[in-house]
Design a binder for this molecule. Structure first.
Ligand code: SAH
Length: 261
């Protein structure tokens, strides 16, 4: 059996319980050494074969997985964050299917969730943003022509930009060209939940300067949008004046604003 497991954003205790339990049973662990915290490997049992996929090709990863799985061994493929985002695991699953091998996917805490936690913020605020756009700048990996940063920027929604911290000059120009006010709040979250985590708050027009000042060129997320500001409407779900399936409205308390101390 082969398990694709999300390792979480960095902190060792942010892997899921299921992910950790499977790591403990694995005969082979192939982990993405560029971003997965190697301290997670302490959960490997004695005799477990450990391989770092940072130096391997897709073909080499599959060549390591297939014979082991065919012999009934437990193979763990450990991806950073959640495998479903920029994890390149679809191509692995498709090749494993061609060998008639079974696999299962155990989700992980993506770095974009960790970044919101580091910022003590919520991506979706009533009347500010009800959508989160997860995207990246075009680099050596092309981006389809209708999915450019400037197209998305036009929505003024929350944006979380992966794999782009080395191109912030270009990124900030694209964001502004697309329609963000240059003074829209933004943040750079470097190595969220790792011991050397850094959180830098800035504005769209100071993204490049801020990253240069803090010498950040990789392992960072860029988040952009007015969700980083202080204006928003309170939720309807917890509004005393709002009736829903679990609670009747109390109209004597119509639309009060929560007290912020
Ligand atoms: N599957 C991963 C993303 C892999 S792509 C996930 O769900 O998080 C690698 C990119 O993710 C990095 O270039 C960086 O943009 C981002 N990233 C991964 N871990 C991060 C972390 N701990 N802090 C900030 N960004 C991170």
């Amino acid at each position: 059996m082969i398990y694709f497991i999300g390792a979480g954003p960095g902190a060792v205790n942010l892997i899921t319980v299921k992910g950790k339990e499977l790591l403990e049973t694995a005969d082979i662990i192939i982990y993405a050494g560029s971003l997965v915290n190697p301290k997670l490997l302490k959960y490997a049992k004695t005799g477990c074969v450990i391989m770092d996929s940072a130096k391997m090709t897709l073909e080499e990863v599959i060549a390591a997985m297939v014979p082991a799985a065919q012999q009934g061994k437990i193979v763990v493929r450990l991806h950073t964050g959640d495998p479903s985002l920029y994890g390149a695991y679809r191509e692995q699953m498709d090749l494993l299917r061609s060998y008639d091998l079974e696999f299962d996917v155990i989700p992980g805490v993506s770095s974009f969730c960790a970044a919101a936690a580091c910022l003590n913020t919520e991506y979706t605020l009533p009347n500010i943003s009800q959508s989160v756009i997860i995207t990246r700048m075009e680099g050596r990996t092309p981006v389809p022509s209708k999915q450019k940063i400037s197209d998305y920027a036009a929505h003024n929604a929350t944006m979380v930009i992966f794999l782009s911290s080395g191109m912030l000059d270009k990124l900030q120009k694209e964001l502004i060209k697309g329609g963000y006010d240059p003074k829209t709040p933004a943040a750079i979250v470097y190595k969220a939940t790792w011991p050397d985590e850094k959180v830098i708050r800035c504005t769209v027009d100071t993204l490049a300067d801020s990253s240069a000042k803090h010498k950040i060129t990789k392992t960072a997320l860029i988040v952009v949008g007015n969700f980083l500001g202080n204006e928003y409407d309170r939720s309807e779900l917890y509004n005393p004046a709002f009736t829903h399936g679990y609670r009747e409205a109390d109209h004597s308390k119509f639309n009060i604003r929560p007290e912020v101390k």
